[in-house]
Design a protein around this ligand. Structure first.
Ligand code: NIG
Length: 405
């Protein structure tokens, strides 16, 4: 049991003892991999092992719902060129594809595992990762296999870029057919980079249709480098998330908001398309920041993710993303922390459990949810933005096990 918690951010808005999901002078008990009790420290039951938080803050572990962890190689030179004024145009993906294909299975897995450990040390307890640096059948399968060993959920992103020398329609047919069938045992999601220079609206539609028919959940890389069809396609296909969302017009925001409206005809269970904002990527590519404030004000559910990849966002730091969202995107600390925990879980449809008791839900702290928690070296979550760049992650538990600190 962690006791003497100064601020416990549960993200559980169903609790009767708090309107905000935040408890003061609290305790949380976990047994095995699940939370078994949460409440006032004074009313806490007995426990075998006591961890005294000494007034520090406890939050759910971060749920990082957008990553590209399966890669080899380095793109420092591309980053330097960008910082000298050159634009990002996605062509560097091919550099990483070459390096990734050239790495052994063991090298690739060690690199990915090291990134996962790095993420955990900063409080991330639930990670999604995509394939997408293989871009042929054998290498996409290999990426999916490795991803399934290191991450919590895996997304098939064969439609990341059309490899040089291949007809785009032929490649789209490969992704939508044999490649998709070959990766199916290892992936839960499919994604498509719907953008000028990557996949057109028609090609994206073809990929999404095939992946949906194959039973995969859908996500879309959309509106990253310019206005486009990504957001509306994501809503049309009832995708769980559309990610990047830098260039949105009012009709994009309306479409996302409508997907969350209770009378939406798009979905029976009222789960809409999450807009996943990637602040570290926005800064590293010098794109306009995603309009997180406008999205929230319009009633859209948002997530924050690190988008760790060697091209546009070489960081696994969710604290950095939360800090940036507060200081530069106009979110309150509470909104940013919620987007990085509950929002990520919603984008991965892990906000609710797989049984009626909520077992295995992540991104919020409630009885029977997975015991994914982080103890901050600070009295409140506000310090994440108030003390930017400081190492405030003191300890991290994932499924009840201490994994950092
Ligand atoms: O999410 N936008 C597409 N994919 C990655 C970047 C890929 C790369 O440049 O290597 C992203 O930002």
């Amino acid at each position: 049991m962690i006791t003497n918690i100064g601020e416990l951010v549960t993200q559980d808005l169903q609790r009767e003892d708090t309107d905000t999901g935040v408890l003061r002078d609290a305790a949380v008990l976990f047994e095995g991999e699940r939370i078994s009790w949460i409440g006032s420290a004074k009313a806490a039951p007995a426990a075998d092992q006591l961890i005294d938080a000494a007034g520090r803050a406890v939050l759910p572990g971060w749920v990082d719902s957008h990553n590209h962890l399966i890669f080899a190689g380095d793109r420092t030179a591309e980053f330097e060129a960008r910082m000298s004024g050159q634009g990002y145009a996605a062509g560097g993906i091919a550099v990483t594809v070459d390096a990734t294909r050239g790495a052994s299975d063991q090298e690739l897995e060690e690199l990915a595992s090291a990134r996962v450990l790095e993420a955990r040390s900063q409080g991330s307890t639930y990670l999604e990762t995509k394939t997408g640096y293989g871009l042929d059948l054998a290498h996409e399968v290999r990426s999916a296999q490795i991803a399934s060993r290191v991450a919590d959920q895996v997304t098939f992103l064969g439609a990341h870029l059309v490899p040089a020398g291949i007809d785009p329609d032929d490649y789209t047919a490969l992704v939508s057919g044999p490649m998709l069938q070959a990766v199916l045992p290892w992936v839960q999601w499919a994604d498509v980079f719907c953008e000028r220079g990557a996949f057109t609206e028609e090609q994206s539609r073809q990929v999404l249709q095939a992946c949906q028919q194959a039973g995969l959940g859908l996500r879309v890389h959309g509106n990253q480098l310019g206005p486009g069809a990504g957001v509306k396609l994501a809503v049309e296909f009832a995708a769980a998330s559309v990610d990047h969302v830098n260039y949105l017009d009012d009709s994009d925001i309306d479409a996302l908001a409508a997907s969350w409206s209770p009378d939406s005809s798009v979905r029976a269970d009222h789960l809409g398309t999450v807009a996943t904002c990637l602040p570290a990527c926005d800064l590293s590519t010098r794109q306009p920041l995603a309009p997180a404030r406008r999205l929230l004000d319009a009633g859209v559910q948002i997530a924050l993710a690190s988008n760790c990849n060697p091209g546009t966002s070489f960081t696994t730091s969710m604290p950095y993303c939360v800090t940036t969202a507060v200081l530069q995107m106009g979110l309150s600390v509470h909104e940013a922390v919620r987007a990085a925990t509950w929002g990520g879980a919603l984008a991965l449809r892990k906000h609710r459990g797989e049984d009626r008791d909520g077992a295995r839900a992540v991104g919020s702290l409630a009885v029977s949810h997975r015991a994914d928690l982080q103890l901050l070296e600070a009295p409140s979550a506000t310090h994440l933005a108030y003390r930017p760049g400081m190492p405030l992650t003191r300890a991290v538990w994932r499924a009840g096990q201490l994994v950092a600190g």
